[in-house]
Design a protein around this ligand. Structure first.
Ligand code: FES
Length: 111
Protein backbone atom coordinates (compact mmCIF):
# COMPACT_ATOMS: atom_id res chain seq x y z
CA UNK A 1 0.00 0.00 0.00
CA UNK A 2 1.36 3.38 -1.03
CA UNK A 3 0.14 6.76 0.25
CA UNK A 4 -0.09 9.74 -2.08
CA UNK A 5 -0.72 13.44 -1.61
CA UNK A 6 -3.75 14.98 -3.29
CA UNK A 7 -3.95 18.75 -3.67
CA UNK A 8 -7.29 20.35 -4.54
CA UNK A 9 -6.20 23.42 -6.47
CA UNK A 10 -7.69 26.73 -5.54
CA UNK A 11 -8.95 25.48 -2.18
CA UNK A 12 -5.84 25.21 -0.03
CA UNK A 13 -6.96 21.65 0.80
CA UNK A 14 -4.59 18.71 0.70
CA UNK A 15 -5.19 15.13 1.80
CA UNK A 16 -3.28 11.89 1.78
CA UNK A 17 -4.87 8.83 0.18
CA UNK A 18 -3.52 5.35 -0.35
CA UNK A 19 -3.84 3.39 -3.56
CA UNK A 20 -6.38 1.17 -1.76
CA UNK A 21 -8.81 3.99 -0.88
CA UNK A 22 -11.10 6.08 -3.04
CA UNK A 23 -10.49 9.80 -3.14
CA UNK A 24 -14.09 10.46 -2.12
CA UNK A 25 -13.85 8.27 0.98
CA UNK A 26 -10.78 10.18 2.14
CA UNK A 27 -12.49 13.52 1.42
CA UNK A 28 -15.44 12.49 3.58
CA UNK A 29 -13.13 11.35 6.37
CA UNK A 30 -11.26 14.67 6.24
CA UNK A 31 -14.43 16.80 6.13
CA UNK A 32 -13.77 18.09 2.63
CA UNK A 33 -16.91 19.23 0.80
CA UNK A 34 -16.55 16.99 -2.26
CA UNK A 35 -19.92 16.65 -4.01
CA UNK A 36 -21.28 13.16 -4.66
CA UNK A 37 -24.52 11.30 -5.17
CA UNK A 38 -24.60 7.73 -6.50
CA UNK A 39 -21.16 6.57 -5.26
CA UNK A 40 -21.13 3.89 -7.97
CA UNK A 41 -19.46 5.75 -10.85
CA UNK A 42 -22.58 6.64 -12.83
CA UNK A 43 -23.88 10.14 -12.03
CA UNK A 44 -20.63 12.17 -12.38
CA UNK A 45 -21.54 14.42 -9.43
CA UNK A 46 -18.15 13.69 -7.89
CA UNK A 47 -16.12 14.60 -10.97
CA UNK A 48 -12.79 16.42 -10.76
CA UNK A 49 -10.39 17.41 -13.50
CA UNK A 50 -6.98 15.76 -13.24
CA UNK A 51 -4.40 18.53 -13.60
CA UNK A 52 -1.41 16.38 -12.61
CA UNK A 53 -0.96 12.71 -11.82
CA UNK A 54 -2.67 9.42 -12.50
CA UNK A 55 -5.59 7.49 -11.05
CA UNK A 56 -7.06 4.06 -11.61
CA UNK A 57 -10.86 4.00 -11.97
CA UNK A 58 -11.93 0.91 -13.90
CA UNK A 59 -15.46 1.13 -12.44
CA UNK A 60 -16.03 4.74 -13.55
CA UNK A 61 -18.77 3.73 -15.97
CA UNK A 62 -20.08 7.28 -16.40
CA UNK A 63 -16.92 8.35 -18.28
CA UNK A 64 -15.73 7.45 -21.74
CA UNK A 65 -12.18 6.10 -21.97
CA UNK A 66 -11.03 9.46 -23.33
CA UNK A 67 -12.77 11.41 -20.54
CA UNK A 68 -11.22 9.10 -17.94
CA UNK A 69 -7.76 10.30 -19.00
CA UNK A 70 -8.57 13.86 -17.84
CA UNK A 71 -11.31 13.48 -15.24
CA UNK A 72 -11.60 11.44 -12.06
CA UNK A 73 -14.82 10.17 -10.58
CA UNK A 74 -13.67 10.51 -7.02
CA UNK A 75 -16.10 7.85 -5.73
CA UNK A 76 -14.28 5.28 -7.85
CA UNK A 77 -10.80 6.74 -8.40
CA UNK A 78 -7.77 5.55 -6.46
CA UNK A 79 -4.50 7.49 -6.79
CA UNK A 80 -1.54 6.00 -8.60
CA UNK A 81 0.68 9.04 -7.97
CA UNK A 82 0.53 12.37 -6.21
CA UNK A 83 -2.33 14.37 -7.72
CA UNK A 84 -3.53 17.87 -8.39
CA UNK A 85 -7.30 17.90 -8.88
CA UNK A 86 -9.79 20.65 -9.70
CA UNK A 87 -13.00 19.68 -7.92
CA UNK A 88 -16.38 20.32 -9.54
CA UNK A 89 -15.04 20.19 -13.09
CA UNK A 90 -17.03 18.01 -15.45
CA UNK A 91 -16.23 16.41 -18.82
CA UNK A 92 -17.19 18.57 -21.84
CA UNK A 93 -20.08 16.24 -22.72
CA UNK A 94 -21.69 16.94 -19.33
CA UNK A 95 -20.99 20.68 -19.51
CA UNK A 96 -22.83 20.73 -22.88
CA UNK A 97 -25.84 18.99 -21.31
CA UNK A 98 -25.91 21.51 -18.47
CA UNK A 99 -25.78 24.44 -20.90
CA UNK A 100 -28.55 22.89 -23.05
CA UNK A 101 -30.78 22.49 -19.99
CA UNK A 102 -30.16 26.02 -18.71
CA UNK A 103 -32.54 28.73 -19.88
CA UNK A 104 -30.09 31.65 -19.90
CA UNK A 105 -31.32 32.93 -16.53
CA UNK A 106 -29.67 30.12 -14.62
CA UNK A 107 -32.90 28.14 -14.32
CA UNK A 108 -32.95 24.54 -15.44
CA UNK A 109 -35.51 23.93 -18.19
CA UNK A 110 -38.36 21.48 -17.64
CA UNK A 111 -37.66 18.92 -20.35
S1 FES B 1 -20.98 9.95 -6.92
FE1 FES B 1 -21.93 9.41 -8.78
S2 FES B 1 -20.25 9.05 -10.11
FE2 FES B 1 -19.32 9.42 -8.20
Amino acid sequence: MTAYTIEFVGTGETITCTDKETILSRCLEEGIAQEYSCRVGMCLACSAEILEGDVTQPAARGLTDQEAENYALTCMARPQSDLKLDRGKYPPSIEADIEADTAGDGAVADD
